[in-house]
Design a protein around this ligand. Structure first.
Ligand SMILES: [Zn+2]
Length: 126
């Protein structure tokens, strides 16, 4: 298990990419697979190959999510970046905060599309 920690990042990358056969449209995983995702031992556990590829390229996923600035943004903004300001903030009974813009978008997405495209149709039918 300690093989990874004694190996440098370059060795890990080398080990990883030897299992990837790069094709014109996609990368073919040539090592072990579980379901349809490639599996690779990385950072002390077996992980999906696409996750490892991301971490080798951009750094640990965990670090990005736990950065203080990201947490701060979650408190004052919804995941889409809308501010939790008074007019846009929906407080729920359990203390959860919801973004009104996103809530409206979800609501609109649930409605059949043709009704949104022709808003006056309904009135004419009545
Ligand atoms: Zn929002």
């Amino acid at each position: 298990m300690d093989a990874d920690s004694t190996m440098g990042q370059d060795r890990v990358m080398e080990r990883f990419w030897t299992k990837v056969q790069k094709g014109p449209g996609c990368w073919l995983w040539t090592a072990s697979t579980r379901n349809r995702y490639g599996q690779f031992w990385f950072d002390g556990r077996t992980q999906p190959a696409h996750r490892v590829a991301w971490q080798l390229t951009y750094g640990p996923i965990q670090d990005v999510a736990s950065k203080g600035r990201m947490r701060e943004q979650k408190k004052t903004h919804c995941p889409q970046g809308h501010p939790y300001a008074k007019a846009n903030l929906i407080m729920r009974g359990n203390g959860d905060r919801r973004c009104r813009i996103c809530a409206n978008r979800v609501e609109q997405a649930r409605r059949p599309r043709h009704r949104a495209d022709r808003p006056r149709r309904r009135a004419q039918e009545i």
